[in-house]
Ligand binder design. Sequence first.
Ligand SMILES: [Zn+2]
Length: 320
Amino acid sequence: MQTDLVAALDIGGTKIAGALVDADGRLLVRTQRATPAQEDGETVARAVDEVLAELAGSALWGRVTALGIGSAGPVDASNGTVSPVNIPGWRGFPLVARVRAATGALPVELVGDGVAMTAAEHWLGAARGYDNALCMVVSTGVGGGLVLGGRLHPGPTGNAGHIGHISVDLDGDPCPCGARGCVERIASGPNIARRALEGGWTPGPDGDTSAAAVAAAARAGHPVALASFERSAQALAAGIAATATLTEIEIAVIGGGVAGAGDILFAPLRRALHDYATLSFVQGLKVAPALMGTDAGLVGAAAAAASAPTTPRRAVRAGR
Ligand SMILES: [Zn+2]
């Protein structure tokens, strides 16, 4: 019997996805459930049980050597608990114990979704070949993760690299996290849209007020839409520059819906990096769009498990 697969769970506010992932990052078996995010915690946990039961029912299950979980945060990997902002029924929910009860003796690794995305981009995506990288998701929120010295750096609780809640505006707007002027409070999709609307941008006949609609207006030259993306890019650049100055990352990889705006985001971002990443050792910092798409969570959860110290060396040799 080969033992070369890793099971992966990707838990978010809209879906709970599971897969069996091989040593090349292919998803050999996949399944998912809608997240009953507004139900009680036990109902959400039963959806996880169902996904796991489906994976365990596969003929390939015997080849699985470890299980990785990437979850919406905050997570606490040191205690095996999760408290996803968008799943109110789970506060300090003992997810690792619950998964262990269903899967037995397999090593289980829990990381935040930003860290999982980072593991995926480092293994097979835009950060491949870089020993020091920051990977970010810019969408409804702003998350991220770090690769340092060639290894994923989840930190003690699985949240390291959470760049969305670095403050880049000391007296800025209050952030739901309790601080002020956070990167997320300025750069996220909803904040791009809010700022555009406040500045006098009006949506088209379809009434679409998403960041994607603002991006379309920016592409057509609308000055308020352009300015809102410019401001988002500035906040991202300040956060990335701070990270680079602290850790000497060589590349920042950006994914998520807002990154889908392409040059509308990346052009002002590269310009703003010149303003904030000024010291000689950060001037060569690269910025690139993420490559892994919607499977990044599953591939990354597998990579995080495969690179964890508790996982047998025969497992997927990813993310080292
Ligand atoms: Zn914050």
